[in-house]
Design a protein around this ligand. Sequence first.
Ligand SMILES: Cc1cc2nc3c(=O)[nH]c(=O)nc-3n(C[C@H](O)[C@H](O)[C@H](O)COP(=O)(O)OP(=O)(O)OC[C@H]3O[C@@H](n4cnc5c(N)ncnc54)[C@H](O)[C@@H]3O)c2cc1C
Length: 398
Amino acid sequence: MPESVAIVGAGVAGAAAAIRLAERGVQVDLYEAVPEPRPVGAGLLLQPTGQHVLAAMGLLDQALALGTRVDRLFGDTPAGRTVLDMSYRRFHPEAYGLGLQRGALMGLLWGRLRELGVRWHCGAAVEGFEQDNQGVTLSRADGGTSRHAALILASGSFSKLRQGLKVRQHARLFPWGAVWTVLPAPAGFPQIELRQRFRSASQMLGLMPVGRASSADVQRGINLFWSLPVAELEDWSTRMGLDRLKQQMAGLFPDVAPLIAGLTDPAQLREARYADVWMARWHDGRVLAIGDCAHGMSPQLGQGANMALIDAHELAAEAVGDWPQVFQRYTRRRRTHLRFYGQASKGLTPMFQSHAVVAPWLRDRFFGWGGRLPYIHQQSIATLAGYKTGWLWGRLKL
Ligand SMILES: Cc1cc2nc3c(=O)[nH]c(=O)nc-3n(C[C@H](O)[C@H](O)[C@H](O)COP(=O)(O)OP(=O)(O)OC[C@H]3O[C@@H](n4cnc5c(N)ncnc54)[C@H](O)[C@@H]3O)c2cc1C
């Protein structure tokens, strides 16, 4: 009988699952397609729920030393209408978001993997798998195969491996994506929290302090996010050029001008596409999908990495006994939480990224007003913090 569990993908979900399982004494083989993974990726807002998981791994203090505390989210229109004004403190006096570079988070997770001695196979793209009553056989792109007791797919939203699960599912590319970069805060640039500026739903600029990429860095960064339709993502630099893009950014939010002075090469801006992934359940026998591979969503609610950490934590909590039963219990445990965030993200995204007219008009009139009502504010911030499991009630217990 094979003993080790294979995890495919060493992103947030795969690395965190490998850590939590290895901590429980499970033998893990982690397969990653990239030959030399580098700590890169957009800035993340890590919610109190995700911070709880990092604390359980013993990594929160290091994450706090690298990242920046975000106490408030504020978004408005060029006409000065407040759309979002949320404060974690009004949810709980000690709650805050943690602005962190994805690379910083990955550096911490990979360091912990090494400490735990997890077998990590880089440059090992998995092409397919077959399962039977005893285990799962993986086939790799290099022609090699390996046999495992179970398989966890943490291979991201666009993973084709998911189709190997006999489960109803769909993955739809969102019609809008973004370009983003992390820029050093110029001298005299105001101390910001998470700051967004919207023009209808067709223009959105987001700024978030994200701290340092590693402990060797001295410079703290600000993540800049600019929304673009997917159809314009590939050729924006030839079609409009960097100068025009910067003019559009400064036209929407003049305060950003000193920051984007540091944006001198289109290659500094990375493209992001995201998919809405839905699965009727996340397991099929000895195979389980977690992270974006199981429930990819738009970053509008800032939950993807957070959900990936919670998946890993909850999976480890169930990891006793036969793997098919462990996976079945995991699916039951995660259902209400993940369903709520899937629906919320799907409902909210067109209000912030689309060519719609009515939805953002309603947003501009009612979001700011609604947010001043204590109950609505409390519910909105509980959603953001990653705690909600239903529209009216229900709270995640970690
Ligand atoms: C612009 C942007 C902003 C975001 N902001 C936030 C935020 O504020 N807060 C938040 O919580 N989340 C945020 N997210 C979402 C977050 O980044 C993702 O949800 C999270 O990184 C997903 O992690 P993952 O491990 O599931 O998938 P991924 O990070 O996609 O990792 C998948 C891994 O699997 C590997 N892989 C794929 N296929 C194979 C294969 N066949 N064989 C071997 N390896 C394979 C890949 O190389 C990759 O390393 C944001 C995302 C974007 C794009």
